[in-house]
Ligand binder design. Structure first.
Ligand SMILES: [Fe+2]
Length: 275
């Protein structure tokens, strides 16, 4: 967990990566086909009925989004909502939107994002749920939060808190930052890899950020199948206790069933538990 000043090793800003290209394609609505929970890139569509080429692995160094400390102000059971703005709430309007990808640059649907932040005056609501809310990514892996720019409080630069959890997967706890903030240079927790893209828009701010979760098979050698596991396959009859791997992650069968497309282990927590 990054708690020391020396953590502030600043990764180089990312250039135009394959993920960004995919993001642009998603944003442009240029993806006509969703199969098996993955996204078929437009350029992968042969148009002649032949099978699609599998989405290629990332090769542009898309490391998983770094973890950050939770801090003292998280509260469970936030309301499900995409807007944290309530009538009469002061503050500069802010939207934060983006995608959640796996390490293979595939957008992830039904990912939980639980946001919490300070109000315009830099205070957290520790008795209620003001500026707290959770939502799930869409079928194309997209999220969108409507809120205000969080205020500053002593000892920290400006930031949002968020927990991100794929279905049945591990929770990523992290924070998002704003470029150009004077305190970014002195906050020991700040990590440039967590900077949002932010622009002024309509009297407020529009921010974007894409999360990459440490699931799925990414660049380089992927995780090996756990001992005794077979690769999950639709059509296979599984028995309670069977072990499989899916996208390099091991799962154990919770109840006997015949696998079918759409019941992939990450999407079927009633059937599969991470090993
Ligand atoms: Fe905070």
């Amino acid at each position: 967990m990054p708690t020391s000043p020396e953590h502030a090793g600043r990764p180089a800003p990312r250039g135009l990566s394959r993920k960004n290209l995919l993001r642009a394609a998603l944003g442009a609505g240029a993806l006509p086909l969703l199969t098996g929970g993955g996204v078929a890139l437009a350029r992968d569509t042969p148009g002649d009925g032949s099978p699609l080429v599998p989405t290629p692995a990332c090769d542009d160094g898309d490391d998983p989004t770094p973890e950050q400390m939770e801090g003292p102000y998280f509260r469970p059971n936030s309301p499900r909502r995409t807007s944290l703005v309530e009538p009469g709430t002061p503050g500069t309007p802010l939207t934060v939107s983006g995608y959640v990808f796996d390490r293979g640059c595939r957008p992830l649907s039904d990912v939980l994002l639980d946001f919490w932040q300070a109000d315009d005056g830099g205070a957290y609501d520790n008795t209620g749920f003001r500026f707290r809310g959770h939502q799930f990514t869409t079928a194309s892996g997209e999220f969108r939060l409507t809120t205000i720019v969080p205020g500053l409080y002593p000892g920290r630069t400006r930031h949002l808190h968020v927990k991100v959890q794929p279905p049945g997967g591990q929770v990523l706890t992290t924070q998002l930052y704003f470029p150009g903030e004077p305190r970014n240079g002195t906050d020991a927790i700040f990590d440039a890899a967590l900077l949002m893209n932010v622009r002024d828009a309509g009297g407020g701010r529009e921010a974007t950020f894409d999360f990459v979760l440490a699931v799925g098979q990414g660049p380089g050698p992927g995780p090996t199948d756990p001992p005794g596991a077979t690769t999950w396959a639709a059509g296979t009859a599984y028995t309670t206790g069977d072990r499989v791997s899916y996208d390099g992650v091991g799962y154990r069968c919770l109840q006997s069933h015949r696998a079918t497309a759409g019941w992939e282990p990450p999407h079927a927590p009633a059937l599969w538990q991470r090993d």
